[in-house]
Design a protein around this ligand. Structure first.
Ligand SMILES: [Zn+2]
Length: 256
């Protein structure tokens, strides 16, 4: 029992550190900046943040959300993302134990969160998340548990193909770009993690949620739909519950 707590603690701690790194990626990748150098600096005065002030969550609390050098406010988004990723990694280990499956689930949710954040802020889905995640998903399908490499590859192909087709047809019908290339690569990544029925269900849920949630907003403000956010939401539902949803649908409406 004690060792369980220790493992859960390690999972949350690792998640918090990954969350800290995710904060850097979310700000730098859309601007094509390196996430390795320069080291983190204060957005106001440019002072390099020292390692002990950069400890996830605690650094922010200890400094009461201000820069040590100039006192400028540091967004609460940083510790919140760190806490959120810590709970995602903890949840993955609670669900799957210490396993490849837990690692795959935790990475998948971290990538989805990263994409939702960059898409919300900049309408950009960095290739590091989509193509990098695609490579991770394909590689992790070779680990025991979860979907097979074949299911993963087919899921990625289907995700790419179906959204590419939507983009092509949309462009011909409306004579303007209907779907960003980032969304297409993102759905390929999702397919690599959830496989074939899962990727279609994700697209369906993403379109449904996007219409329900963003439809009313976009009618008033004429803003573009950050579709990546809704694909991320759809995938976050499908990853744990996708097969249950498909089974329920088949038994209720098809009678299988
Ligand atoms: Zn400062």
């Amino acid at each position: 029992m004690t060792s369980d707590y220790l493992i859960w603690g390690y999972a949350a701690l690792l998640g918090a550190c990954i969350g800290s790194f995710l904060n850097v990626c979310v700000y730098r990748w859309p601007e094509a900046l390196s996430v390795v150098s320069p080291p983190s600096r204060c957005g106001s005065c440019g002072t390099q943040i020292r390692w002990f002030d950069n400890v996830p969550v605690l650094g922010w609390i200890f400094l009461r959300g201000r820069c040590r050098a100039c006192g400028a406010r540091v967004s609460i988004q940083y510790p919140l993302i760190e806490l959120l990723v810590a709970s995602l990694w903890l949840a993955a280990v609670l669900r799957h134990g210490v396993s490849w499956q837990a690692l795959s689930t935790a990475l998948f949710f971290t990538i989805l969160l990263g994409i939702a954040l960059t898409d919300a802020r900049t309408y950009i889905i960095p290739d590091e998340f989509s193509l990098g995640g695609l490579a991770l998903g394909l590689a992790l399908s070779f680990a025991p548990g979860g979907i097979t490499p074949q299911q993963s590859a087919l899921g990625a192909l289907l995700g790419f193909g179906v959204l590419w087709l939507v983009a092509e047809l949309g462009e011909r019908a409306f004579r303007k770009q209907a779907m960003g290339g980032g969304d297409i690569k993102m759905l390929a990544m999702i397919g690599a993690f959830v496989g074939m029925p899962g990727v279609l269900l994700t697209l369906f849920l993403g379109a449904l949620l996007g219409t329900l949630i963003f439809g009313p907003i976009s009618m008033r403000t004429n803003k573009l739909v950050p579709f990546g956010i809704f694909l991320a939401l759809g995938a976050a539902i499908v990853e744990p519950w996708g097969s249950a949803i498909v089974e329920w649908y088949l038994s209720t409406f098809v009678g299988v």
